[in-house]
Design a protein. Structure first.
Length: 172
């Protein structure tokens, strides 16, 4: 996971561990602070993704006491692959992700991509698999939403910040 760099400092993915840790803490705190600019969120997300991939999930597998996965979608405008780290819950073999975007008024890009093309790839730790996404019905969401809020209470805060209903997505 880490290696000794010059001067005996621990490095992760070629960066000093203290720098990586500070970035991870800032990313974690973003969950509670919707004021971060989209560019900052993208940079933190890219760092998280890089660390997760480089370590096969040993770094970045948990955030705010929840499990994380990497979701790769196909861009609806560009056709390019886009990967984001997301909190998830399990329903047997299914994975459940939440399109909260911190309570912003618009859906996150990854969700818009899935609406256009529901085929995606997920990485959980070192395992990668193809999945098909489906937004839960209102009835399914009503069952899952209390479980989601129990796992990470800030989702209730995110829902209170927006007029849109935050989608809950099943990955099969």
């Amino acid at each position: 996971m880490g290696e000794l760099g010059g001067g005996g400092s621990v490095c992760i993915a070629g960066k000093p561990a203290s720098t990586v840790w500070a970035t991870v803490v800032a990313y974690r705190d973003h969950v509670r602070s919707p004021q971060l600019k989209d560019a900052t969120v993208k940079r933190l997300s890219a760092l998280h993704t890089g660390l997760y991939r480089a370590t096969r999930g040993r770094v970045g597998r948990r955030l705010v006491h929840n499990d994380m996965l990497l979701l790769t979608t196909v861009g609806r405008r560009t056709g390019a692959a886009h990967t984001v780290p997301l909190l998830y819950l399990r329903d047997g073999d299914r994975l459940i992700v939440i399109a909260s975007y911190g309570g912003r008024p618009e859906h996150p890009e990854w969700y818009r991509n899935l609406v256009t093309n529901p085929e995606a790839t997920v990485q959980v730790l070192g395992d990668t698999k193809h999945v098909r996404a489906q937004t839960m019905t209102a009835e399914e969401r009503a069952v899952w939403w209390p479980k989601i809020v129990q796992a990470h209470g800030d989702y209730a805060v995110y829902q209170s910040r927006t007029d849109r209903e935050i989608p809950v997505v099943r990955l099969d």
